[in-house]
Design a protein around this ligand. Structure first.
Ligand code: 8YV
Length: 314
């Protein structure tokens, strides 16, 4: 049986399937990583990774016979893809199958934050309705949605947002061709022209802090920030201080810099919707992601082309 190293927690239904065909070595939280690598390193031909945990260059270096890294995620920022590809190690991810669910959560957030849905639910549950009515929310229809990163997920949110009467603008580093949405030459200009800014771009070091204090400021005191991509893309300290000072009206966040830790200040804010990185967390999507992780490995070890390789990265 082929030996795989598991570096991220994966759902039991996927593990049960993989365990029938592979010898899997648990490297999620090893007590003595060096000893384990000395023992099994040369046998390892594949890595099981996830969106929040993948192999770095050091680990890849320690595995001389590594051929493939299969990640249970569309985002591949947790894996050092450049180091892997430099050694001709194939990296696969799980695009497409999660687009709909992630876009659904983003659209839900775009409605929830301005309409104060989270706050409204707490208001009722806390018995405050018995004392009076809640303050008013903001209409979404007719407002401007700015999308940072018009990839598969960004486009899927745009299609949903159109139905809700939002005007759509975007900023993307790639030329997008002819689209019915307004393109902005810089993120700052997009932010200034947005009532709601949605973060839907890739994570990774290149995009760390892209949504800076200036960008948040440009969205402004009547604006909202929605993030279903990766926490570190947003300058979280700047976000907290803008929310505290009323320089941003509200936010809805599924991802955080340093998750699962979430700043206590954010937790205490009524005008912020917070969820624990659940955008792709449906039974249907997680099973489809699991199938892709399995099928990519199967294809590779059967000598075929993998289904969903991560494109070459620089
Ligand atoms: C998962 C994700 O929560 O696909 C991604 O990039 O971040 C999410 O779908 C995560 O990968 C689970 O490991």
């Amino acid at each position: 049986m082929v030996d795989l190293l598991q570096v991220a927690q994966l759902p039991p239904f996927l593990m049960e399937r993989l365990e029938k065909e592979y010898t899997i070595h648990d490297f999620i939280d090893p007590a003595d990583p060096d000893a384990l690598l000395d023992e099994v390193g040369p046998k390892i031909r594949g890595i099981l990774a996830g969106g929040m945990k993948g192999p770095n260059a050091n680990l890849i270096d320690r595995l001389p016979n590594l051929e493939i890294i299969s990640s249970f995620s569309v985002g591949f920022d947790a894996t050092d893809v450049v180091a892997a590809q430099a050694r001709d190690v194939i990296v696969t991810h799980t695009p497409e199958v999660l687009t709909g669910d992630v876009a659904d959560l983003a659209m839900t957030f775009i409605l929830m934050a301005p309409r104060r849905i989270g706050e409204a639910e707490r208001f009722l549950r806390d018995g405050k309705w018995l004392q009076g009515r809640m303050d008013l929310g903001t209409t979404v229809r007719g407002k401007r949605l700015g999308i940072l990163g018009l990839g598969r997920i960004g486009k899927a949110v745009a299609r949903r947002a159109e139905v809700f009467g939002l005007h759509i603008g975007y900023f993307d580093i790639k030329p997008m061709g002819d689209l019915p949405y307004r393109s902005y030459p810089t993120l700052l200009e997009l932010a200034a022209a947005s009532d709601i800014l949605l973060v839907a771009c890739e994570g990774g070091e290149a995009n760390r802090g892209l949504v800076s204090a200036d960008v948040i400021e440009a969205v402004g005191p009547n604006g909202f920030l929605v993030n279903t991509a990766r926490g570190p893309i947003v300058d979280q300290t700047a976000l907290v201080s803008a929310l505290k000072a009323g320089r941003l009206k509200g936010a809805a966040l599924d991802v955080f810099d340093g998750e699962p830790q979430v700043p206590a200040e954010l937790m205490a804010m009524e005008n912020v919707v917070l969820t624990p990185h659940i955008a792709s967390s449906t039974d249907e999507t997680r099973r489809a992601m699991g199938d892709l992780v399995y099928d990519n490995l199967r294809a590779h070890f059967d000598g075929k082309q993998v289904l969903t390789p991560v494109p070459p990265q620089k």
